[in-house]
Design a protein. Structure first.
Length: 132
């Protein structure tokens, strides 16, 4: 059970939930199961929208950029980065070593995205996804 503001809500995923992440200003929560990432309003607990994944396979980890404008999630040897302002624009990065991506995290300035695979890879996202 998660508590959003004063409204408790139980979340059920198809095969269980893989990841939850609160955005930097605390207004949105990303919840992922094996096939979807839903963005919720953290005060009301209601779904705002679902991010299109585009592959079958487990989703692992996820992170909001420090400004809250991007969300990245990993899985089947790939990472998807969504621009949340127009909701739907996405870019796909392949894991450097072709391994399953277990987790992702943005650097504090939002210019780097680290991928946990069989090793740790850092990707420069400056000039991509609106990051400069």
């Amino acid at each position: 059970m998660f508590v959003f503001g004063k409204l408790p809500r139980t979340v059920h995923g198809g095969r269980g939930l893989n990841s939850i992440k609160l955005n930097p200003d605390g207004t949105q929560l990303a919840v992922s199961d094996n096939n979807n990432i839903s963005i919720w309003d953290s005060n009301s607990g209601f779904d705002l929208f679902v991010l299109p994944v585009g592959w079958q396979g487990q989703l692992n980890g996820g992170d909001f950029s420090p400004d809250g404008n991007l969300f990245a999630a990993g899985g089947s040897k790939k990472v998807i980065v969504w621009d949340l302002s127009p909701r739907g624009e996405k870019s796909i990065l392949n894991a450097n070593n072709g391994a399953r991506v277990r987790d992702v995290v943005f650097g504090p300035d939002g210019k780097w995205l680290a991928l946990a695979t069989e090793s740790l890879d850092a990707n420069d996202v400056r000039g991509k996804f609106g990051c400069e």
